[in-house]
Design a protein. Structure first.
Length: 151
């Protein structure tokens, strides 16, 4: 089964997301991507942050696990401490190459935490878990969010 690693990165009052415009359908996802052969999810999330956002983070901590339907598989979600850097999609990243084709676009950007409830964020379970964690704090141990009620 496939797996992926995603990052929750908060800077001041905003959270970093990857805004998608997939053939006219717009939504947001967390920065991240597929775990490659021989990689651990923590290595994946750090690699993906560099490729998709170009910023420096520290202290990645696994907080959520979601068993998503195929083709997505298990999603490992880490909260990471923003350290420095300006958001910039690496020109050699898969996402930048897809952007050049024109109708399936990726744009990393900061979204205000106050907007989270109204964003179309994938997945609904992750959105609910994020809203809860931002109010109550992130869990000390990773929790499975697969079956939590949607917002």
């Amino acid at each position: 089964m496939r797996s992926a690693a995603r990052a929750i990165i908060i800077k001041e009052d905003s959270m970093l997301v990857m805004h998608r415009n997939k053939f006219g359908h717009e939504y947001d996802i967390l920065i991240g991507g597929g775990v490659e052969l021989g990689e651990e999810p923590i290595q994946t999330v750090l690699r993906e942050i560099k490729e998709e956002a170009g910023i420096n983070v520290g202290q990645p901590k696994l907080v959520f696990i979601e068993h998503a339907p195929e083709p997505y598989g298990v999603q490992y979600v880490f909260v990471c401490q923003y350290k420095s850097g300006e958001v910039n999609l690496d020109a050699n990243s898969t996402e930048a190459k897809i952007n050049k084709l024109g109708s399936n676009l990726y744009q990393p950007l900061w979204r205000k935490l106050s907007e989270l409830e109204h964003l179309e964020l994938r997945s609904p379970q992750l959105k609910k878990a994020l809203i809860t964690a931002l109010s109550n704090g992130f869990p000390d141990e990773p929790i499975d969010i697969t079956d939590i009620l949607t917002v």
